[in-house]
Design a protein around this ligand. Sequence first.
Ligand SMILES: *Cc1c(COP(=O)(O)O)cnc(C)c1O
Length: 415
Amino acid sequence: MAYSTAAREHFAKELAGIREAGLFKEERYIRSPQGADIEVEFPAGAAGKRVINLCANNYLGLSSHPEVVEAARKGLDHRGYGLSSVRFICGTQDIHRQLETSLTVFLGTEDTLLFPSCMDANAGVFEAILNERDVMIADRLVHASIVDGMRLCKAMQDTFKHSDMAHLEEKLREHQDKRFRMIITDGVFSMDGDLAKLDEIVALAQEHDAMVFVDDSHASGFIGKTGRGTHEHCGVYGKIDVITTTLGKALGGASGGCVSGRRELVEMCRQRARPYLFSNTVAPVIVSGAIKVLDLISKTTERRDKLEWNTNYWRKGLKEIGLDIKEGDSPIVPVMLYNAKLAQDVARDMFAEGIYVVGFFFPVVAKGQARIRTQLSAAHDQRHLDAGLAAFKKVGAKHGILGLGKKEIIEKFGM
Ligand SMILES: *Cc1c(COP(=O)(O)O)cnc(C)c1O
């Protein structure tokens, strides 16, 4: 039998176990475009409810921006809906190359290659460049897609403790016998919102003859004075060998990703990266929209400046209420709850108050590190943030967590 009773029972039991542990993830259906205010149907079939969105990666508020939508529409009119091809057969249009050039200029690199997603960029890039004579030395908290990409590559894998430069240096020394060393890190770490110490990483790379790889998915468009990314913020713009990033977050939020960096490395990806060779090209509507996004954010820093203001206001507000947040500068602001069920309960109560946030827990974060990850957007106005703070105050009081630190919350709720 193709799907036996035993298999069905096994998986039904496993799913029941996930539910019992309070770890079951449910989707909520959104009936409106992405934005600061959205209409959500939850539970499925319920009437739509207007809520304030505090958990999107829509950092610059461009996901539904009229000029981006208009540009996408033009792309649809002039270049069609899809190309029914991978890039190297008949899937490359003039606008694909135009977007790659815009990304190269914006990111301060030498060349760029589009991928269907950043997950695909990360899945393809290491294998295309490195082999068994090389070593990849990754920060222990890099994104899951990097972990998967490293698994697909034959180079030796090693890690350094999160943002621990002494440990990284130790590893670089240890691997001097390898042909190439590649240091691998996120620019902004997606769960904690902290920034990699790219200035120190680049200095170590120079000293120990290593390449630097940065995934700047949670930074491209808004981190740094003109939003170029973590490398701009850290004063090493132009010095990163490989940057991967996504078009699915600040840069329009549709989909698509890229590998950007040293000319030869990008060309190796064009020749060898499997998700580039064997997966369909990015659709023209998305390419046209993304070109407009880069155009908009290269002209003015207004949006990233507003995002910065919102971030500071929100962080200060949450601290005043007495919530336990992770310190930092990025618009990723985790409210720490440590207990998975508590994170789910708080998220549900916030939704009842008209605020859309989501609980994060294992396996998305480590066990005992459950949280609600709030994220700011340039689409938020102060009224959105004030409403969010009022709701957190009410829900936090209900659960008796205001003013409590890590130790007290864990004592009260367990991990
Ligand atoms: C979101 C994210 C990705 C995946 O990007 P997609 O384009 O959605 O595949 C990869 N890396 C990091 C660090 C991310 O945050």
